[in-house]
Design a protein around this ligand. Structure first.
Ligand SMILES: Nc1ncnc2c1ncn2[C@@H]1O[C@H](COP(=O)(O)OP(=O)(O)OP(=O)(O)O)[C@@H](O)[C@H]1O
Ligand SMILES: [Mg+2]
Length: 385
């Protein structure tokens, strides 16, 4: 099981993949196994859909809140946990506010930034700000070292890529003089007023303002002006975070089903990770239909069962015949689905070109919606302890 070294040795694990394949469930599963192994673990969800609490049978966890599942609670659900399990939901506003309070020593300047309308827009999940906040949050958690292991549950593919690309995007912008060139007229405008923006802005500002509105641009300009002293810190943190993601403390778990459409999306993500020097620790094929248990090999089992149920239980013969037919259809259907999944699994394995190990997690009898269900899955995947 290639997930075991992830749990034993890594500091960060990021679950990624197409929508609905089981990323959140697997993130919670990794957290649970880590708690069984005695590692102090936080499962952090950056997905605004907030299914993490549901997977663990908890009430909704408000953004920004940390929740601890105690050893006693885990034991009550049959989990042989050695330490409690911590879970949290990212709050963009809280994380960004944290960055400012950490990075800006002067409280007056802090207040100016925190109360700036553009900062409020950022906190309200302006495109990309959630992923950026996730990066800052994870970086800070990593530096603080309070947890041995942090599992990050990401939203479906596009947004999880946004999360990985957040450091690059910041670096692109900050390393590139372009942003200064682009914003210079706007920066000037923020100092000398709207009138200046109108004529010193030139083509770029005129074009941008068509799309964003002059008021927005002016707001952005004054914000960037205020922010410029912090740019170097942003650049350094983005570069450091990128190095952490590439180092062997981090691991990426690609979750998929064997459905060809979802496999396709997973292979795309797989290539993307390699192209960014981020090696996936494992690809997990989830919800694979297992081979059904074979029906009895006793030759006359139909007659024996009929006799047992009619004579012993008072069932009617037609009812028992119907039951046996239903069992045989169910068995045949499951066998067909299992054969189909096996073929798809082989295709997926071939497409991975031996670049990543493929782990199989079978379809569980029920949806996973509490710790007990997750524990069953954990035993199936990792064994008793
Ligand atoms: N191995 C499994 N067997 C049975 N049900 C499963 C299994 N894995 C996950 N599920 C169920 O599949 C559903 C989707 O799982 P989950 O929410 O973890 O997916 P996700 O990839 O995080 O979705 P999203 O992209 O919406 O965030 C849930 O109802 C979950 O209980
Ligand atoms: Mg999810």
């Amino acid at each position: 099981m290639n997930l075991t070294p992830v749990i034993n040795d890594k500091r960060i694990a990021v679950t990624m993949g197409p929508g609905g394949v089981g990323k959140t469930t697997i993130a919670a599963l990794l957290g649970l196994q880590a708690a069984v192994c005695g590692r102090k673990t936080l499962v952090l969800t950056i997905d605004p859909a907030m299914r993490l609490a549901g997977a663990l049978g908890l009430d909704r966890i408000p953004p920004g809140a940390h929740h601890t599942i105690s050893i006693a609670e885990l034991e009550a659900a049959g989990v042989p946990a050695r330490v409690p399990l911590h879970i949290a939901m990212l709050d963009t506003g809280q994380s960004l506010t944290g960055v400012i309070t950490r990075e800006v020593p002067n409280s007056k300047q802090q207040k100016r930034i925190l109360e700036h309308p553009f900062f409020k827009r950022l906190c309200n999940d302006l495109a990309g700000s959630r992923e950026y906040a996730a990066m800052e949050e994870l970086y800070n958690l990593h530096l603080k070292g309070e947890f041995d292991f942090v599992v990050v549950d990401t939203p479906p593919t596009t947004h999880s890529m946004d999360f990985l690309e957040a450091p690059d995007r910041i670096l692109d912008v900050l390393n590139n003089d372009g942003y200064r060139w682009l914003m210079r007229p706007a920066l000037l405008a923020s100092k000398v007023g709207l009138r200046a923006l109108d004529f010193s802005g030139g083509y770029v500002v005129r074009t941008l303002s068509k799309f964003t509105g002059l008021a927005f641009l002016k707001e952005l300009a004054s914000f960037i002006d205020m922010f410029s002293s912090l740019m170097e810190g942003f650049r350094q943190r983005a570069a450091a975070f990128k190095a952490i993601l590439r180092s062997d403390v981090s691991s990426f778990i690609l979750v998929t089903t064997v459905d060809p459409n979802q496999s396709q999306e997973t292979l795309y993500l797989h290539r993307k990770l390699f192209s960014r020097d981020l090696t996936p620790a494992a690809v997990v094929a989830n919800r694979v239909v297992p081979e059904p248990v074979a029906l009895p090999e006793v030759p006359d089992w139909r007659q024996l069962l009929t006799h047992e149920l009619v004579a012993g239980r008072g069932e009617t013969e037609p009812a028992v015949t119907q039951l046996i037919a239903a069992m045989e259809i169910a068995q045949q259907t499951l066998a067909d689905l299992a054969r189909r999944d096996r073929a798809h699994l082989e295709q997926l394995k071939t497409s991975l070109l031996n670049r990543s190990s493929l782990e199989v997690i079978y379809l569980q009898p029920e949806d996973v919606h509490d710790i007990r269900g997750l524990e069953q899955m954990r035993r199936h995947v990792f064994g008793q302890s």
